[in-house]
Design a protein around this ligand. Structure first.
Ligand code: NAD
Length: 377
């Protein structure tokens, strides 16, 4: 935990509190995002760092989990104030981060801009450019092509592997998506390209339903112009929660945590839930879905395309040699398909659901690494 002063634009000095939690260092450096939000706390960072350990381990990345952030309201801060917060926070946690220790990445309210400031601050202290100190940077500073679409594309790659296993066809598959931001937009567009029909979409302002399939490009063009879905003439309007109850084959929560709850889990009309968001299903809802025989592909695999491409960014930075978008997509696909294979095998071996199986795969790997390293001295 770090406390540090930052000069506001008004000239006043304000104290901020920042956090960085590293969950395990048994398998390599720690990896995880940095968020700016009023509710950031040590407990939240600790929980999210554990989540990252599980995600990295299930996908087979050589990282432990980490998470950090600064408790602040980014909507009330100017670009200059955010830069000063980022640079001072980076300086405060400098002794515990670095390409071989802990590699930050964007999370809520942070993006390429903050990662550029972070990387520059680290590099100023090192005396030379260290692009491999963070991921999610602008491409011109050593970021990777394909990072922005990685999480959404990863969701689609996971679905392709799962469909093959279930002997389902993407052609004509009816999909509803809650969340039409970075992840939801890519998922909608890529699934449409593969023949699926997007029968429901929602963002924070409301949703759209069309059993015949929405024209996704038309909706994307609307959002590009109007920012939100509200008022879009496509389909029939519904609430942002209404989309969860759409009759479909696959429901993809891609917005926020805790959206599928004990209150609405009985009303879902899908055969499969693919968790593109982190933690969209509460434990109570999880049990209800299991009882109802609705399959669920858990977040730690379904949305792991983002951290997988972050890993590929770190690798490219270290070797100072950059790959094209096809190579990156290909390597991500292979990594995710292998991870899914391990999860399905574990589910069969233990007769567990896929979420439990994913955790089992991850914990077996974490425990083995810790056991083999044993105790020093
Ligand atoms: P984003 O901010 O780009 O988009 C979020 C979308 O959700 C927006 O369309 C917003 O309007 C909508 N939304 C917000 N509140 C809503 C509500 N109450 N009901 C319906 N819709 C609502 O975020 P993103 O990057 O697309 O991330 C979406 C989810 O995926 C998050 O849970 C995030 O943690 C997870 N995720 C993202 C990445 C990534 O690389 N971007 C990686 C892993 C996981």
């Amino acid at each position: 935990m770090v406390n540090f002063p930052v000069r506001r634009d008004s000239g006043e000095v304000e104290m901020f509190t920042g956090y960085r939690v590293q969950h395990t260092l048994a398998m390599g450096p720690a990896k995880g995002g940095i968020r700016y939000a009023p509710g950031v706390s040590l407990g939240e960072c600790a929980a999210l760092s554990m989540w990252m350990s599980i995600k990295c381990a299930v996908v087979g990345l050589p990282f432990g989990g980490a998470k950090g952030g600064v408790r602040c309201d980014p909507n009330r801060l100017s670009a200059g104030e955010l830069e000063r917060i980022t640079r001072r926070y980076a300086t405060e946690i400098l002794p515990i981060i670095g390409p071989d220790r802990d590699i930050p990445a964007p999370d809520m309210a942070t993006g390429e801009r903050e990662m550029a400031w972070f990387m520059d601050t680290y590099s100023q202290q090192a005396g030379h450019g260290v692009p491999e100190s963070v991921t999610g940077k602008p491409v011109v500073l050593g970021g990777t092509v394909g990072r922005r679409a990685a999480t959404g594309l990863g969701v689609v790659f996971c679905m392709e592997a799962l469909f093959e296993r279930l002997d389902w066809s993407m052609d004509g598959c009816r999909v509803a998506i809650q969340g039409f931001g970075n992840v939801g937009t890519v998922v909608a567009r890529e699934l449409t390209r593969r023949g699926a029909s997007i029968v429901g979409l929602a963002d924070v302002t409301g949703g759209l339903l069309d059993p015949e399939g929405l024209d996704v490009e038309e909706v994307i063009a609307w959002v590009a112009e109007h920012r939100f879905l509200r008022g879009c003439p496509a389909g029939e309007a519904t609430t942002r929660q209404g989309v969860l109850r759409a009759s479909c084959d696959v429901l993809i929560p891609a917005a926020l945590e805790k959206q599928i709850t004990a209150e609405n889990a009985q009303q879902l009309e899908c055969r499969l839930v693919v968790e593109a968001a982190n933690g969209p299903t509460t434990p109570e809802a999880d049990r209800i879905l299991l009882e109802r025989g609705i399959m669920l592909l858990p977040d730690v695999v379904a949305n792991a395309g983002g951290v997988t491409v972050s890993y590929l960014e770190w690798v490219q930075d270290q070797q100072k040699y950059f790959w094209d978008a096809d190579t990156i997509a290909d390597r991500m696909r292979r990594q995710l398909h292998d991870a899914l294979g391990r999860v399905f095998d574990a589910a069969e071996r233990t007769a567990a659901d896929w979420r439990t199986a994913a955790q089992l795969v991850a914990l077996e790997r974490l425990v083995e690494a810790a056991r083999l390293r044993a105790i020093w001295p």
